[in-house]
Design a protein around this ligand. Sequence first.
Ligand code: FNR
Length: 352
Amino acid sequence: MPTSLETLFTPYPLSSSLTLANRIVMAPLTRCMATDDLVPTAKSADYYARRAEAGLIISEATIVRADGQGYPNTPGIFTPAQIDGWREITNAVHSQGGKIFLQLWHVGRVSHPVYLGGKQPIAPSAVPLSGRLRRSATENLEYGMPRALEAEEIPLIVQAFANGATNAIEAGFDGVEIHGANGYLIDQFLHYQTNQRTDEYGGSTEKNARFALEVIDAVVTRVGHERVGIRLSPGAHVHLEGQVADVPTFKYLLQQIQQRNLVYIHTGIFDDSVVFDYLGSTATEFLRQNYAGTVIGCGTYSPEKAAQHIEAKQFDLIAFGRPFIANHDMVAKLRQGETLKAYAESMLEDLY
Ligand code: FNR
């Protein structure tokens, strides 16, 4: 093993009952390969099992109820068939000695009536998402105006996240990651641009953080804090725009998460070298400065750079996304000092 990578191969105690074999995490990666009933397939089981040498796998984002969908053939965790499909995957990963968390997801306004039986996407507020939804190589649709959720609808979504967590444990997952990042529903509540509510779910630091905290509390109540992590994007980088007024919301949220003893927080970003002017730092630096527990860094890291950051205690674990798509045997290759294959978008067409 190259000495520059030794740190990546040190074990990490994530909780009192779960020690990861190494610091390498497979990032959540949507692959759009579930059946039309949003059930993951045996091919996905092979795909995840091939990557089981990662210290922890985080599954592709998985919707907690039908109106959480915004892309074709993304898996769900709200029907018995979906739970059974995921059980095949957790069994396959565990039989290879791996550990796997399920990422709980609702896209909010990042959807289109085409996925919602003709209905409008839901969101904290009726703020349209500009841009186009790529459905296939030949078809793309304009995102539109979402419908602002009624206050009494919100507890039902919180419960859907909690049910998703219960179902994930039933399906054999070692834990769940709440997808609070990348401009999806939870993130939409956290930012003023997309949360223009004036009720108890928006309009101040505490109110903007309320939905995220209700989801965390409901999920923790179901499965225990030692099986819950969360992904956050304090540096807004996709699907919405951040502003300086959002910073107190994230500081408050991180303080609150600290008290709830989750197993980790995880940076949601594509390139973690970006310095956000309103944060005064990179996204992961901001998380580290405002949170004393386990941090998973992510975003265009090379293995060498990730090892240096872990040694410098800038984060504790590193999640790799695209390198894991390109290299099913990424961990073995790193151990043996072999060169990784470069990622190409064409690799998304097949699930190897
Ligand atoms: C992603 N990413 C992502 N993030 C997330 O939280 N849930 C998801 O389902 C997905 N899906 C997804 C699919 C594909 C094809 C890509 C390329 C990315 C983001 C991913 O987890 C990671 O943050 C980025 O890929 C940056 O890490 P790398 O790829 O530079 O190591």
